[in-house]
Design a protein around this ligand. Structure first.
Ligand code: COA
Length: 381
């Protein structure tokens, strides 16, 4: 164990348990956060999400030709079949978009092969699934999945805002800074070792199940607010406060009542999530670009208070909440955007699991009743 990594003292929730080997990322284990040996700070500064997805999936950074081919393949999978569109139209308007992603991928598994292009197909189609359902149910309009935008970050923003009313947030989302913020956010969210959803996807792969089922397992696991759902929950918290004083009072009350503050703390980090400094920087830049005087200030007040009171630090989800809000993304779509990104990590892990597979099937410690005599139905009280 090294600095920055949490000392694991309890076995609940598999804390501190090394559950397998992986060559995909290091998470603070003496090397900092790296994807296949590349520092996350370098990737966030210099790379595109597509380069990172290629790195995770193909185990090397692409050269220019490989990247162009990879992007071409992703783009070729943006289209939605009539049957998938019909399914998306049938999912009720008031559904949670995470359920839309789950059902979209699940249905896709019925109509698409689990072939050598399945990774590209999934990465390419996810933004279209989300944007199609959103625009159909919110604006009553169908998006055209064709676009001049070659990268996922700007395609996602363009299509989510295809019929949005003009606003400063929408203009920012469609500006170079907006695309840059989304690209970096997708890079930061792409991979994080044996987190709960990745582990769920690996468990599914370990049974020799198909790729679509693995990704559905990942989506269902990411949805909860102790994991990916924390970005949505963090926004709800931050936006519930009117001003700094209100936030200070509200956080104190929550801590007094032992409530969890969403977007803080982490299973593997002790005093800092290395991704926070990057996403916080974008939150500040977007807040300045919009002239926001409230959300970013309140976020910082909460951050300071959480450190002073509990020595807890913001994780990636906390400032992602304001970043996505500043880009005009509806709150319920924050975790689905995480899905668009983390699918690259899930797929890398699914492929790695399959290369050297062993069924993941741990044991439990039995704490139930002693052996019981069977009682006939008529004699039971
Ligand atoms: N707010 C308030 N208290 C928190 C907290 C938070 N966000 N995160 C941890 N704590 C406290 C717990 O209440 C617990 O206190 P106790 O020992 O007095 O009971 C202690 O810190 C340990 O927390 P625990 O939940 O047992 O640790 P964990 O390793 O299981 O938790 C998380 C990791 C991420 C689940 C946890 O920090 C959390 O629930 N955070 C909020 C949800 C979130 O942001 N999730 C996204 C993670 S990237």
């Amino acid at each position: 164990m090294t600095m920055g990594q949490k000392k694991q003292t309890k076995s609940g929730g598999l804390a501190g348990v090394v559950a397998g080997k992986s060559s995909i990322s290091t998470v603070g284990t003496g090397h900092g956060l790296n994807y296949r040996g590349y520092d996350i700070y370098d990737l966030a500064k210099y790379a595109t999400f597509e380069e990172v997805a290629f790195l995770l999936l193909k185990e090397k950074l692409p050269n220019a030709k490989e990247l162009a081919e990879f992007k071409k393949e992703l783009i070729s999978f943006r289209g939605l079949s009539e049957s998938l569109k019909e399914v998306l139209r049938l999912i009720p308007k008031d559904s949670h978009p995470m359920d839309v992603m789950r059902t979209g991928v699940s249905f896709l598994g019925n109509i698409s092969p689990d072939d050598k292009l399945v990774d590209e197909r999934l990465l390419g189609i996810l933004p279209s699934i989300l944007a199609y359902w959103h625009n159909f149910h919110v604006h009553g309009k169908e998006i055209d999945t064709k676009s001049s935008k070659e990268d996922i970050a700007s395609y996602l923003l363009e299509k989510l805002h295809a019929f949005s009313k003009p606003s400063p947030e929408v203009s920012l989302a469609l500006s170079p800074l907006g695309t840059e913020a989304m690209n970096v956010s997708l890079i930061l969210y792409a991979e994080h070792e044996f987190n709960a959803s990745t582990f769920a996807a690996r468990i599914c792969a370990s049974t020799n199940s198909d790729t679509y089922s693995c990704i559905v397992s990942g989506i269902g696991t990411l949805r909860g607010n102790l994991h990916g759902g924390a970005n949505e929950a963090a926004y709800e918290l931050i936006s519930s406060f009117e001003n700094s004083q209100d936030a200070l009072k509200g956080i104190k009350e929550k801590l007094d009542s032992k409530a969890k503050i969403m977007g803080f703390g982490h299973r593997v980090y002790v005093d800092n999530d290395p991704r926070n400094v990057v996403i916080k920087g974008y939150s500040k830049r977007l807040s300045d670009a919009l002239g926001d005087k409230k959300l970013y200030t309140i976020s910082e007040v909460i951050e300071k208070e959480m450190w002073e009171e509990k020595k807890l630090f913001p994780n990636l989800d906390f400032y992602s909440a304001s970043v996505y809000h500043f880009l005009g993304i509806p709150t319920a779509y924050f975790t689905p955007v995480f899905v668009v990104s983390r699918t690259s990590g899930w797929l890398a892990h699914v492929n790695e699991q399959r290369k050297d597979n062993k069924l993941i099937r741990p044991s439990s410690e039995y704490v139930g009743l002693d052996k019981q005599e069977y009682i006939a139905l008529e004699n039971r009280i």
